[in-house]
Design a protein around this ligand. Structure first.
Ligand code: Q9C
Ligand code: ZN
Length: 703
């Protein structure tokens, strides 16, 4: 007799998903209707979308609730609570705006106090219901946001730290609910500085923040957003930062951080509930974030969290400033919580090489606290090179590409139709292709020498600001060791044609005629070769004085090729790391820290490997960050020995300004000219008269 067909599994009870929306949190707005990214339309746009998509009606509707002072007081000072609760009253009518200006990125109006108290209370409300099992999970659509708010300070559009207040409420006020360990996942594009500080030595709260860091320059631009900040005392290991080096990070980068950092640790930590500081400003199309998580990307990140804490997830809105993006992203998340299955139309994509490097650095920092992070990551992973500076500089909210983004958003919003379970998707996405080209990164650690150098140089100092500098500089080690493995030809057409003068940029010091000493490169090894050439570019002398050579012009090369011209260049084979240090010195970007003569190099390279690629395609790269300097243009002069020849000059737009007289043309000073001549003579390119004629002719000829 044939076995009877197995009965179909009984359908799982539909999850009860709380959805908190309350118009009263739209009261907080700019005082005189000025435009602001953090505005009431954000909540309304999300609410409209959830209703239009039929999602709101599938959730349990919740209303906002005020937070009691004593709960807010678990993370904020009494004076801060008092000010935030009174700032909207008549008493402050005359001083409100002035007080707002004393904070960093804050406005207040007559509705701010009520919205702020409701935002904090609402996260408590939903967290309590999820912890109690009344709801499976919940989304609190709150504003003002919270994660930048500090103990005694409003900051970054945030008045009270809503998520921190709710976490403390569960831990301290409700032992009956049995919540002993909380995971806070902060996927807002900005670092959750407030939350980090509030739980920095508290092992009951594992705080995980993934954010743009950009070597310390992205808001809030504090060094404590770096991966080196892992918590203190009992809380050591319970603070995890994943600091992106640049924008344009998207689904795969975040998924890599989940798969290789957050999830392994979460599995060991085994939280009782997960609170998500759910900003959506890392979404594709966000005007502030510059990243590109799609709604389905958020859905996947959330799906991966649902496997922990018995699915008890509370999402609290933080940032997110593109109305379409946040509406679609929240909608996708709500569907995940409701149990919808979805497909991920994964295009062929890989994480950035910087993502891989950051993940390695994070794991390395935390591996003693979380041994699960000491496992070996796959080697020979195929990675995307970082976006070029021009790609990164292209503002994502500009008129020019807003249409493209709108189109993209429409597409990603429409692929929400629903077939395959999250697991298959995640497997597909987290699978990194084995290397088949030359973009692979070696996973062996090769920064130890540089690291040691840095450790030595900071050992003698022990104040907090120095520690911060050290911490930030730790990140620069990654690019330094990377770029130390690439060689380029640096070509000089000016005083650096004379070897001893060039060596000052490598070894430090000064030679005859120079009024200022150079600090040198961090790697002081001598060039691996020297070679002369001529190039079809016009040599000119412009500007009226230089700090190093005094009165008189400095040499430039017209970036445009002109076959009637012939200029001499002396090329030095150096590492790309040294090239950046020379670029820094030429443009006076190296800061001297007066006290003990220490020098501080910029934390990020101007020319990395992907810029090299970009330059060789586009022949030149105008470096926006130093556009008001002399040599903000790196010009590609072809290859020698398979290595690119790079020089530094002014951008083409300066040539126009030289022509119009807006920038002065000026002959070189005598000492400066003598140095160039000496270079040409000692380099055996011309005899003394010939060299003098060459320089004089270039100086005398109009443009
Ligand atoms: N140059 C949240 O997303 N930007 N806050 C200030 C100053 C402030 C973001 C820029 C961004 C705050 C919750
Ligand atoms: Zn943000």
């Amino acid at each position: 007799m044939a076995a009877p067909a197995p009965a179909p599994a009984p359908p799982m009870a539909a999850p009860r998903v709380g959805l908190l929306y309350d118009d009263r949190m739209c009261a907080h707005a700019t005082p005189d209707g000025e435009e602001h990214p953090e505005n009431p339309e954000r909540l309304r746009a999300i609410w409209r979308k959830l209703n239009a998509a039929g999602v709101a009606s599938r959730c349990v509707a919740l209303k906002a609730k005020e937070a009691e002072d004593k709960y807010i007081a678990s993370v904020h000072s009494t004076s801060h609570i008092k000010l935030m609760k009174e700032i909207s009253s008549k008493k402050y009518d005359a001083s409100r705006n002035k007080i707002a200006r004393k904070f960093n990125s804050i406005y207040f109006n007559k509705g701010s106090s009520e919205s702020a108290v409701l935002a904090a209370g609402s996260v408590i409300e939903v967290a309590e219901k999820v912890a109690a099992g009344e709801l499976s999970s919940a989304i609190a659509l709150v504003r003002p946001p919270g994660h930048h708010a500090e103990h005694d300070e409003a900051m970054g559009f945030c008045l009270f730290n809503n998520v921190a207040v709710a976490a403390n409420y569960l831990l301290n006020e409700r032992p009956d609910l049995g919540i002993k360990k909380i995971l806070i996942v902060d996927w807002d594009v900005h670092h959750g500085n407030g939350t980090q500080k509030m739980f920095y030595n508290d092992p009951r709260v594992l705080f995980f923040s993934v954010h743009r860091f950009d070597y310390g320059s992205f808001y809030p631009a504090e060094g404590d957003a770096s991966h080196c900040f892992i918590g203190e005392e009992a809380g050591k290991g319970y603070n995890i930062n994943v600091p992106w080096e640049h924008g344009k990070c998207g689904d795969t980068d975040y998924i890599a951080a989940w798969d290789h950092v957050l999830l392994p640790v979460t599995k060991v930590f085994d939280p009782d509930i997960i609170l998500v500081s759910a900003g959506f400003d890392a979404a594709l199309g966000d005007p502030l974030g510059g990243c590109c998580i799609t709604p389905n990307g958020y859905a996947l990140l959330l799906t991966k969290l649902l496997g922990f804490a018995q699915g008890r997830i509370v999402m609290a809105l933080e940032g997110g400033y593109n109305l379409r993006s946040i509406a679609n992203s929240v909608c996708a998340c709500a569907k995940v919580l409701l149990g919808d299955k979805f497909t991920f139309n994964a295009p062929e994509m890989q994480p950035f090489e910087s993502t891989w490097r950051v993940i390695q650095a994070v794991r390395n920092e935390l591996k003693t606290c979380w041994p699960v992070l000491s496992s070996k990551l796959p080697e020979n992973v195929s990675l995307r090179i970082r976006p070029s500076p021009s790609e990164l500089n292209a503002p994502s909210d500009s008129e020019s590409d807003s249409e493209d983004v709108a189109e993209l958003l429409a597409t990603v919003a429409s692929v929400n139709v629903i077939e395959v379970a999250g697991d298959a998707i995640s497997e597909h996405l987290s699978k990194m292709k084995l290397d088949d080209d030359n973009l692979s990164v070696k996973t062996t650690s090769s920064c130890s020498a540089a690291e040691q150098h840095l450790v030595d140089s900071v050992k003698v100092q022990n104040n907090a600001s120095v520690v911060l500098t050290k911490r930030i500089s730790d990140l620069s080690l990654a690019w330094r060791s990377d770029l130390s493995r690439t060689d380029v030809w640096y070509a000089s057409f000016g005083s650096n044609m004379w070897g001893p003068r060039f060596l000052c940029y490598v070894q430090g010091g000064k030679t005859e005629g120079m009024s200022i000493a150079c600090c040198g490169s961090r790697d002081t090894s001598s060039p691996k070769g020297t070679m002369w050439k001529t190039v079809p570019h016009r040599l000119l002398f412009g500007r009226s004085s230089t700090p190093c050579w005094g009165t008189g012009g400095v040499a430039f090369l017209n970036p445009e090729i002109n076959y009637n011209e012939k200029s001499y260049i002396c090329m030095y084979k150096i590492t790309l790391e040294q090239f950046n240090d020379i670029l820094f010195q030429e443009n006076r970007l190296v800061l001297e820290d007066g006290k003990d003569g220490n020098v501080v190099y910029p934390d990020s390279p101007l020319i990395g490997s992907s810029e090299i690629k970009f330059i060789s395609i586009n022949k030149a790269i105008h470096l926006e960050p130093i556009k008001d300097s002399w040599y903000s243009n790196v010009l590609y002069l072809g290859n020698e020995d398979e290595l690119p020849i790079l020089t530094m000059t002014c951008p083409a737009s300066d040539i126009e300004r030289f022509k119009s007289g807006e920038l002065p043309l000026a002959p070189p000073s005598e000492t400066y000219a003598a140095t160039l001549i000496r270079g040409l003579v000692e380099g055996k390119q011309l005899d003394a008269d010939g060299a003098a004629n060459y320089i004089n002719a270039a100086a005398a000829k109009g443009l």
